[in-house]
Design a protein around this ligand. Sequence first.
Ligand SMILES: *Cc1c(COP(=O)(O)O)cnc(C)c1O
Length: 355
Amino acid sequence: MKKHNFSAGPSILPKEVLEDASKSVLELDNIGLSLIEISHRSKEFISIMEEATARVLKITELQNKGYKAIFVQGGASLQFLMTAYNLLETKAAYINTGTWSVKAIKEAKLLGSVLEISSSQDKNYNYIPEMNNIPNDIDYLHITTNNTIFGTQYKSFPDCSPPLIADMSSDIFSRKIDFSKFDLFYAGAQKNMGPAGVTLVVIKESLLNKVSRKIPTMLNYSSYIKADSMLNTPPVFAVYTTLLNLRWIESQGGINKLEKRNLKKAELLYAEIDRNSFFNGFAEVKDRSHMNVTFTLNNENLSDDFNKIWENNNISGIKGHRSVGGYRASIYNALPIESINVLINCMQQFEKLNK
Ligand SMILES: *Cc1c(COP(=O)(O)O)cnc(C)c1O
């Protein structure tokens, strides 16, 4: 029996996507060959890549606005370096909202000066800090829209005149936002988009070719754009499965519909965390993530009891990250509302047991 999968990443994908992806491994669309044994230069794969990038621009409403979508390997972690390599000439500003921002800052420091203009480190990153003083003389401002580990999420974005760039790995395509506010955003596929092995980068083309350093080919956004993401062999399975998921998003009514569903799921779960006196929400209420719900037990000594209950109820992947402790329920697009109800039921069983 399929488990209720609350894993933070790699994470749940829609059943239909997994079914079609597995079929393609045996045979792609009746062509007599497997997806993973054909050339990436074949017309079949070229059309997969074209459809995937076109769908990204369509879903984000960025068609004909000077943006390009590319697929790159190396995970979101390589984007910490690539963004700086391609865009950081002298100085960039970063907002530090936790582990992933810290890693992005570390890579950028290799290439220029980095201003950490605000941070929520003082409270173990349980909130999104204010951003009042965004300097104008920076090459860009970098934020992390959803903080997967701590369970915080931006609800609105800074208006800033320098280019705004964002790591959207764990909330891409989960809600309707004005993507044109961003000059560049990236997302490792394995949180809310597809299998591990591919990273989506969407870039406003006018941003590129401004830095004076020489950029190695495999780190250069312009070369990916020129080669339609096929500088070398792309991760064909990850790209194809991502395409299946992009089609699924459309079949569900697009990100507007998914946002409504995601909001409902998050509200149900947070309402139980707030009602049930055995649990505490980790993130500040105003900044709570609708993708990663972090919470702790009031009495850690009872954790074996609670763990037994959710394990017996076929739940998987809700252990919290070691830097927060407690629990983290990741409730990405593909997680059905039934799974939320099962988790809530476990929390109520635990309450009854200990009252
Ligand atoms: C998971 C995650 C990363 C790291 O992704 P990789 O693809 O493993 O490099 C970066 N940023 C955020 C917000 C993440 O959730």
